[in-house]
Write a protein that binds this ligand. Sequence first.
Ligand SMILES: *Cc1c(COP(=O)(O)O)cnc(C)c1O
Length: 223
Amino acid sequence: MNKEAYQKKIASIQSQLNPDTHLLIVSKTRSEDEIKTYYELGHRDFGENRVQELLEKAEHLKNSCPEIRWHMIGHLQTNKVNQLFSVPNLWAIHSVDREELLEKILKAQDKLSGSLNIFLQFNTSKEEEKSGFADYASLKHAAQLIGKKSQIKLHGLMTMGTLRTENFEGEARRCFKELEQLRQKLSKELKLPLENSMGMSQDYKIALEENAHWIRIGTMMFS
Ligand SMILES: *Cc1c(COP(=O)(O)O)cnc(C)c1O
Protein backbone atom coordinates (compact mmCIF):
# COMPACT_ATOMS: atom_id res chain seq x y z
CA MET A 1 0.00 0.00 0.00
CA ASN A 2 1.26 3.51 -0.75
CA LYS A 3 0.79 6.54 1.42
CA GLU A 4 -2.26 7.64 -0.50
CA ALA A 5 -3.95 4.30 0.11
CA TYR A 6 -3.33 4.68 3.86
CA GLN A 7 -4.79 8.16 3.77
CA LYS A 8 -7.90 6.88 1.99
CA LYS A 9 -8.39 4.06 4.49
CA ILE A 10 -8.21 6.34 7.44
CA ALA A 11 -10.45 8.98 5.89
CA SER A 12 -13.03 6.35 5.01
CA ILE A 13 -13.20 5.05 8.57
CA GLN A 14 -13.08 8.49 10.19
CA SER A 15 -16.06 9.58 8.10
CA GLN A 16 -18.12 6.80 9.75
CA LEU A 17 -17.22 7.77 13.31
CA ASN A 18 -19.01 10.23 15.55
CA PRO A 19 -16.93 12.50 17.80
CA ASP A 20 -17.13 10.05 20.74
CA THR A 21 -15.75 7.12 18.79
CA HIS A 22 -12.08 6.28 18.36
CA LEU A 23 -10.29 4.12 15.86
CA LEU A 24 -7.68 1.79 17.32
CA ILE A 25 -5.44 0.52 14.53
CA VAL A 26 -4.44 -3.06 15.33
CA SER A 27 -0.85 -3.31 14.12
CA LYS A 28 0.03 -6.84 15.24
CA THR A 29 2.24 -8.58 12.64
CA ARG A 30 2.62 -5.26 10.77
CA SER A 31 5.94 -3.53 10.28
CA GLU A 32 7.20 -0.45 12.07
CA ASP A 33 7.17 1.39 8.74
CA GLU A 34 3.47 0.65 8.30
CA ILE A 35 2.78 1.98 11.79
CA LYS A 36 4.89 5.05 11.14
CA THR A 37 2.97 5.80 7.96
CA TYR A 38 -0.30 6.01 9.89
CA TYR A 39 1.41 8.00 12.64
CA GLU A 40 2.67 10.54 10.14
CA LEU A 41 -0.89 10.90 8.85
CA GLY A 42 -1.84 11.99 12.37
CA HIS A 43 -3.00 8.72 13.90
CA ARG A 44 -1.95 7.99 17.48
CA ASP A 45 -3.66 4.83 18.79
CA PHE A 46 -2.21 1.42 17.96
CA GLY A 47 -2.99 -2.02 19.37
CA GLU A 48 -0.85 -5.13 19.75
CA ASN A 49 -1.67 -8.55 21.16
CA ARG A 50 1.75 -9.90 22.19
CA VAL A 51 3.91 -8.30 24.89
CA GLN A 52 7.25 -9.09 23.25
CA GLU A 53 6.23 -7.69 19.86
CA LEU A 54 4.69 -4.64 21.50
CA LEU A 55 7.79 -3.93 23.56
CA GLU A 56 10.11 -4.17 20.56
CA LYS A 57 7.98 -1.92 18.38
CA ALA A 58 7.45 0.61 21.17
CA GLU A 59 11.18 0.81 21.88
CA HIS A 60 12.03 1.26 18.21
CA LEU A 61 9.34 3.89 17.61
CA LYS A 62 9.58 5.93 20.79
CA ASN A 63 11.77 8.65 19.25
CA SER A 64 10.19 8.87 15.81
CA CYS A 65 6.60 8.58 17.16
CA PRO A 66 6.76 10.34 20.54
CA GLU A 67 2.98 10.88 20.85
CA ILE A 68 2.00 7.30 20.05
CA ARG A 69 -0.44 5.61 22.44
CA TRP A 70 -0.05 1.84 22.71
CA HIS A 71 -2.95 -0.45 23.59
CA MET A 72 -2.49 -4.06 24.68
CA ILE A 73 -5.44 -6.03 23.34
CA GLY A 74 -4.35 -9.67 23.64
CA HIS A 75 -4.58 -12.31 26.31
CA LEU A 76 -2.08 -11.48 29.03
CA GLN A 77 -0.26 -13.87 31.33
CA THR A 78 0.30 -12.58 34.85
CA ASN A 79 4.05 -13.19 34.57
CA LYS A 80 4.21 -10.73 31.63
CA VAL A 81 2.73 -7.77 33.48
CA ASN A 82 6.04 -6.31 34.63
CA GLN A 83 7.44 -6.52 31.12
CA LEU A 84 4.30 -4.90 29.73
CA PHE A 85 4.67 -2.05 32.19
CA SER A 86 8.11 -1.26 30.76
CA VAL A 87 6.57 -0.45 27.35
CA PRO A 88 7.14 3.23 26.52
CA ASN A 89 3.87 5.12 25.88
CA LEU A 90 1.63 2.29 27.08
CA TRP A 91 -1.83 3.88 27.27
CA ALA A 92 -4.33 1.08 27.87
CA ILE A 93 -4.95 -2.62 28.36
CA HIS A 94 -8.20 -3.80 26.76
CA SER A 95 -7.87 -7.43 27.76
CA VAL A 96 -8.13 -7.50 31.55
CA ASP A 97 -10.14 -10.69 31.52
CA ARG A 98 -9.92 -12.12 35.05
CA GLU A 99 -9.56 -11.04 38.64
CA GLU A 100 -6.19 -12.71 39.12
CA LEU A 101 -4.75 -10.58 36.31
CA LEU A 102 -6.30 -7.40 37.66
CA GLU A 103 -4.81 -8.09 41.09
CA LYS A 104 -1.38 -8.54 39.55
CA ILE A 105 -1.78 -5.26 37.62
CA LEU A 106 -2.82 -3.40 40.76
CA LYS A 107 0.10 -4.84 42.71
CA ALA A 108 2.61 -3.86 40.02
CA GLN A 109 1.25 -0.36 39.43
CA ASP A 110 4.08 1.45 41.22
CA LYS A 111 6.32 0.35 38.35
CA LEU A 112 4.34 2.64 36.05
CA SER A 113 5.60 6.14 35.45
CA GLY A 114 2.11 7.56 34.90
CA SER A 115 -1.43 6.27 34.90
CA LEU A 116 -2.78 3.41 32.82
CA ASN A 117 -6.29 2.85 31.47
CA ILE A 118 -7.86 -0.56 31.61
CA PHE A 119 -10.88 -2.15 30.02
CA LEU A 120 -12.44 -5.19 31.68
CA GLN A 121 -13.06 -7.87 29.07
CA PHE A 122 -16.45 -9.53 29.17
CA ASN A 123 -17.23 -12.85 27.51
CA THR A 124 -20.45 -12.03 25.68
CA SER A 125 -20.10 -14.82 23.12
CA LYS A 126 -19.74 -17.57 25.75
CA GLU A 127 -17.42 -19.37 23.33
CA GLU A 128 -15.18 -21.59 25.41
CA GLU A 129 -11.81 -20.38 24.18
CA LYS A 130 -12.73 -16.75 24.72
CA SER A 131 -11.69 -15.29 28.00
CA GLY A 132 -13.40 -12.62 30.00
CA PHE A 133 -15.64 -12.04 32.97
CA ALA A 134 -18.75 -14.16 32.70
CA ASP A 135 -21.36 -12.38 34.82
CA TYR A 136 -22.22 -8.92 36.08
CA ALA A 137 -21.41 -9.66 39.72
CA SER A 138 -17.81 -10.65 39.00
CA LEU A 139 -17.39 -7.70 36.66
CA LYS A 140 -18.62 -5.27 39.29
CA HIS A 141 -16.52 -6.90 41.96
CA ALA A 142 -13.42 -6.47 39.79
CA ALA A 143 -14.27 -2.85 39.06
CA GLN A 144 -14.54 -2.17 42.78
CA LEU A 145 -11.05 -3.50 43.45
CA ILE A 146 -9.64 -0.48 41.67
CA GLY A 147 -9.23 2.32 44.19
CA LYS A 148 -10.09 5.89 43.34
CA LYS A 149 -6.52 7.04 43.88
CA SER A 150 -5.01 4.19 41.92
CA GLN A 151 -2.75 4.82 38.93
CA ILE A 152 -4.90 2.21 37.24
CA LYS A 153 -7.99 3.86 35.78
CA LEU A 154 -11.06 1.87 34.81
CA HIS A 155 -11.76 3.20 31.32
CA GLY A 156 -14.39 0.80 30.08
CA LEU A 157 -15.46 -2.65 28.96
CA MET A 158 -14.28 -4.77 26.05
CA THR A 159 -15.73 -7.71 24.16
CA MET A 160 -15.44 -9.75 20.98
CA GLY A 161 -18.38 -10.98 18.94
CA THR A 162 -19.00 -14.67 18.34
CA LEU A 163 -16.74 -16.05 15.61
CA ARG A 164 -18.09 -19.51 14.91
CA THR A 165 -21.73 -19.01 14.07
CA GLU A 166 -24.04 -19.26 11.09
CA ASN A 167 -25.54 -15.94 12.10
CA PHE A 168 -22.44 -13.75 12.31
CA GLU A 169 -24.18 -10.39 12.19
CA GLY A 170 -26.99 -11.31 14.54
CA GLU A 171 -24.56 -12.74 17.06
CA ALA A 172 -22.26 -9.73 16.84
CA ARG A 173 -25.21 -7.44 17.49
CA ARG A 174 -26.34 -9.53 20.45
CA CYS A 175 -22.83 -9.44 21.96
CA PHE A 176 -22.45 -5.68 21.47
CA LYS A 177 -25.90 -4.93 22.87
CA GLU A 178 -25.06 -6.97 25.95
CA LEU A 179 -21.82 -5.08 26.49
CA GLU A 180 -23.59 -1.74 26.13
CA GLN A 181 -26.17 -2.78 28.74
CA LEU A 182 -23.42 -3.84 31.12
CA ARG A 183 -21.58 -0.58 30.53
CA GLN A 184 -24.64 1.52 31.31
CA LYS A 185 -25.44 -0.43 34.45
CA LEU A 186 -21.88 -0.42 35.80
CA SER A 187 -21.35 3.20 34.93
CA LYS A 188 -24.50 4.18 36.80
CA GLU A 189 -23.77 2.06 39.86
CA LEU A 190 -20.16 3.18 40.14
CA LYS A 191 -20.91 6.77 39.07
CA LEU A 192 -18.06 6.56 36.60
CA PRO A 193 -18.04 7.32 32.87
CA LEU A 194 -17.13 4.17 30.92
CA GLU A 195 -16.46 3.36 27.27
CA ASN A 196 -17.02 0.30 25.07
CA SER A 197 -14.21 -1.35 23.13
CA MET A 198 -15.88 -3.55 20.52
CA GLY A 199 -15.90 -4.27 16.79
CA MET A 200 -13.18 -5.52 14.42
CA SER A 201 -12.77 -5.45 10.62
CA GLN A 202 -15.69 -7.79 10.04
CA ASP A 203 -18.21 -6.39 12.49
CA TYR A 204 -17.25 -2.80 13.26
CA LYS A 205 -20.26 -1.33 11.47
CA ILE A 206 -22.56 -3.24 13.79
CA ALA A 207 -20.46 -2.14 16.76
CA LEU A 208 -20.83 1.49 15.71
CA GLU A 209 -24.61 1.08 15.57
CA GLU A 210 -24.52 -0.37 19.10
CA ASN A 211 -22.54 2.50 20.64
CA ALA A 212 -18.90 1.48 20.36
CA HIS A 213 -16.42 4.06 21.65
CA TRP A 214 -13.36 2.17 20.45
CA ILE A 215 -13.30 -0.01 17.36
CA ARG A 216 -10.22 -2.20 16.96
CA ILE A 217 -9.37 -2.66 13.30
CA GLY A 218 -6.41 -4.54 11.86
CA THR A 219 -6.87 -6.44 8.59
CA MET A 220 -8.93 -3.78 6.89
CA MET A 221 -6.40 -1.04 7.54
CA PHE A 222 -3.62 -2.90 5.78
CA SER A 223 -5.24 -4.57 2.79
C1 LIG B 1 -6.55 -8.97 15.84
C2 LIG B 1 -7.52 -8.35 16.76
C3 LIG B 1 -8.38 -7.34 16.30
C4 LIG B 1 -8.42 -6.87 14.86
O1 LIG B 1 -8.95 -7.85 14.05
P1 LIG B 1 -9.11 -7.61 12.47
O2 LIG B 1 -10.06 -8.68 12.07
O3 LIG B 1 -7.74 -7.81 11.90
O4 LIG B 1 -9.63 -6.26 12.26
C5 LIG B 1 -9.25 -6.77 17.23
N1 LIG B 1 -9.26 -7.18 18.53
C6 LIG B 1 -8.46 -8.16 18.98
C7 LIG B 1 -8.56 -8.54 20.41
C8 LIG B 1 -7.56 -8.77 18.12
O5 LIG B 1 -6.77 -9.75 18.58
